[in-house]
Design a protein around this ligand. Sequence first.
Ligand SMILES: [Zn+2]
Length: 261
Amino acid sequence: MLTIQGIPAFDDNYIWCIGTDTGPDVTLIDPGDAKPVITALHAQGLTPRAILITHHHPDHTGGIDQLVAHYGLPVFGPGHEDIPHRSHPLGEGDTVELPQLHLRVMDVPGHTRGHIAFYRAADNLGPALLFCGDTLFTGGCGRLFEGTPAQMQDALQRIRALPDETLVYCAHEYTEANLGFAHIAEPHNAAISQRRKDVHAARQQGLPTVPAPLGLEKATNPFLRWDTPELVRNAEAFAGRPLITPTEIFSAVRQWKDTLD
Ligand SMILES: [Zn+2]
C-alpha cells in the first residue's frame, strides 16, 4: 500500500512524502524547506528518490538545493517555469513513472503561469490522488498571481471532472478560513455548515484537514460550484451585474474572496 505523510513546513505548508509500506523509498512533493524533510526522513529511516514540483514559488522550491546536494535526486517540475535543478521538465499528458508510483501530469495554470498538478488513478496500491499545489485548496483555490481567470476556471473544470473519491492533497492548511468564505458565499448550504463544524473540531485537536475527498470539495468549495444558483445569485450581488459564463462567475467569486482575505 502507498503511505503518505505531510511534513509541516513554515506556518501552514505541507510537504507531501509518498512511500509504501514495503520499503524505505519516498517521493517528495514541493519541499519548500529542506530541514524538516531531512529531520523527518532521518528519524524514520526513509530514503528520498525524487522531488516533484508543482510551481516555482519559494515556499514550494526553497529546499531543492539542499536536498539535491544531500541526496542527489532527480527533480521533476513544470517545463514552463524556472525550477532549480530540474532534470525532468513536465507538461500536460506527461507521466511520471517511479517504482510503484505512476502519475499523470495536468497543466493547471492560473496561480502561476506554468503550474502543474500530479494525478494518480486508483489501483490496488491505493485510492486516486491529486497533488495540486496551490491550484485547488480544500475549501478554496489559489490566488491568481500570474494567470487569467479563464485559465484557472479551465483548470478547476478539469479537476472537477476527476472521480469524487480522489483525495485532494493541496499544499497549505487553509481549510477553516476558506470555509468561512464558503459559508458567506452560500449561507444555506448545509454541507458547508457541517464541514465547518468538522474542520473546526479537527483544528482544535491540532489535526490536519488535508487531504479531503474531491466529492466533498464539489459539495462545499465555492470555486467548484459555478453552476449552483445560490452561489451565482450572491456573486452577482457582489459584482453588481449578471454573471453568465463560468469564467465570469469564477472571476467574481475570486475577487469577492480577495476583498475579505
Ligand atoms: Zn504558490
